[in-house]
Design a protein around this ligand. Structure first.
Ligand code: SF4
Length: 217
């Protein structure tokens, strides 16, 4: 199977079975999503969804959050991973939104990357989910699943994976493909034990095809 055939088969399967995938983070405006994505680094969406309602009720806007103390924010988020760093990032992010971006979440990657707590993955999530741009956010699931399936080969880092995926996936499907790969990695192609026998794309998967006639499960 060529790489093109693999991409084509997988994209078609996801288009049929998951036509409108969504982030599992709860939010109702760009600021809320930015807060949630910053909190979600090395933490589950489920955990983040448990703490954002109270946090965002206390600090519903960049202005409100920018006037909080780091300690006040910490108290709302202490059950997530790295709460000290994240409290610092949220406060810095809110302050910069107010001072440099008229309290609006910016829609270009260079501006997003200036915000404290925002790396390339977070910026790409905002671009694709909020602004519907063809940005591929590569998190741990996307990175692992892409390599395992054979969408990338020997990728050493998320930026290489991002570039390879963007090169092969039609522009209008890139934002959706981000969710497809995350959800597939979360629920089927799991890190330690991929559920290959339950997997709808195994006929296109490099790992499956190399696994001695399907004896891996
Ligand atoms: S066949 Fe197995 S390794 Fe391949 S994508 Fe499906 S779950 Fe992942």
């Amino acid at each position: 199977m060529t790489v093109e055939e693999r991409y084509k088969g997988i994209i078609e399967w996801f288009r049929q079975t998951m036509p409108d995938p969504r982030t599992e983070l709860n939010y109702s405006n760009p600021f809320e999503l930015l807060v949630a994505v910053i909190l979600s680094a090395q933490c589950t969406d489920k955990r983040v969804n448990m703490i954002t309602p109270a946090l965002l009720e206390a600090f519903p806007t960049p202005e409100a959050m920018s006037q909080a103390s780091e300690n006040e924010i910490f108290n709302f988020i202490k059950s997530v991973s790295y709460p000290n760093n994240k409290a610092k990032s949220l406060l810095g992010m809110a302050k910069m939104l107010v001072s440099d971006f008229a309290s609006q979440v910016p829609s270009d990657i260079d501006s997003l990357l200036k915000l404290p707590g925002v790396g390339r993955k977070t910026a790409n999530v905002i671009l694709s989910v909020v602004f519907d741009k063809a940005a591929m956010a590569v998190d741990t699931h996307v990175f692992r699943v892409s390599e395992r399936i054979g969408l990338t080969t020997g990728s050493k880092n998320p930026v290489t994976t991002e570039k390879t995926l963007v090169k092969h996936i039609p522009e209008d499907l890139i934002a959706r493909a981000h969710h497809w790969l995350i959800l597939h990695g979360r629920y089927v192609c799991k890190s330690r034990k991929p559920e290959c026998l339950e997997c709808g794309i195994r006929q296109y998967c490099r790992f499956w095809s190399k696994s001695a006639a399907g004896t891996i499960n």
